[in-house]
Design a protein around this ligand. Structure first.
Ligand SMILES: Nc1nc2c(ncn2[C@@H]2O[C@H](COP(=O)(O)OP(=O)(O)OP(=O)(O)O)[C@@H](O)[C@H]2O)c(=O)[nH]1
Length: 199
């Protein structure tokens, strides 16, 4: 690729998806205060989509200002359920409470991506997936968390779709990439259209 590509994210799976797609990049965590920004936006009644987009843009802009010439991709994923924003579970108990609330219900994962270059936004997209959980038993939920806590603690929904988390669901509308945190197909389409990736 002509311009260096920076993924402004600490997310291993986002980097893995880009690498698997043949997009060479450097991963640099943006280290912004997500909680403060999320709280401020929620106090202004911002929508989950706008919150994810704003956080992704903050990450992209911060690293773009320090890396002129590079393409910088910022990402953020939020879980929207019952008009509330859920965050990564802080402990197994919170994971259990959150998953019990999502049981038998449909929630949305919104994965925002914003591309910057030289301090200016080039492209943005928010991918949306709709996921319906089955009526799993309390016993299964307890065992699931015991078996998977070390892995699911880093995921906003308390599950990893490519691992045992898939057994929590009865229906999913949306692509795997969006669920894992990156609207990859839309990003690749843009990079190809702009000539960054060969058509
Ligand atoms: N492997 C995997 N990761 C998931 C899945 N669902 C959500 N995630 C991850 O959950 C995390 C959502 O938190 P974010 O705040 O968007 O990203 P982060 O991991 O904190 O990293 P930053 O981009 O540096 O903020 C992301 O890393 C997603 O990739 C999944 O099904 N599988």
């Amino acid at each position: 690729m002509k311009d260096p590509f920076i993924l402004a994210s600490a997310s291993a799976i986002r980097s893995q998806m880009l690498r698997a797609a043949g997009v060479p990049h450097e991963s640099i965590p943006a280290r912004i205060d997500e909680d403060a920004t999320k709280a401020a936006l929620l106090s202004e009644a911002a929508s989950p989509r706008d919150i994810a987009d704003a956080l992704a843009e903050m990450k992209a802009r911060k690293l773009s200002m320090k890396n002129f010439g590079s393409l910088v991709l910022g990402c953020d994923q939020v879980l929207s359920f019952d008009k509330k924003l859920l965050s990564k579970p802080e402990d197994p108990e919170q994971a259990r409470t959150q998953l019990a609330a999502l049981r038998g219900q449909t929630h949305q994962l919104l994965s925002a991506a914003v591309l910057y270059q030289d301090g200016e936004p080039l492209w943005r997209h928010v991918g949306v997936a709709r996921l319906t959980m089955r009526q799993f038993s309390d016993a299964y939920l307890d065992d699931y968390i015991t078996r998977n806590w070390d892995s699911i603690r880093w995921s906003v929904g308390g599950y990893k779709i490519e691992e045992e988390g898939v057994r929590l669901f009865s229906n999913i509308i949306g692509d795997h990439f969006t669920i894992q945190g990156l609207p990859l197909l839309e990003l690749l389409s843009y990079l190809t259209l702009r000539g960054t990736l060969p058509a």
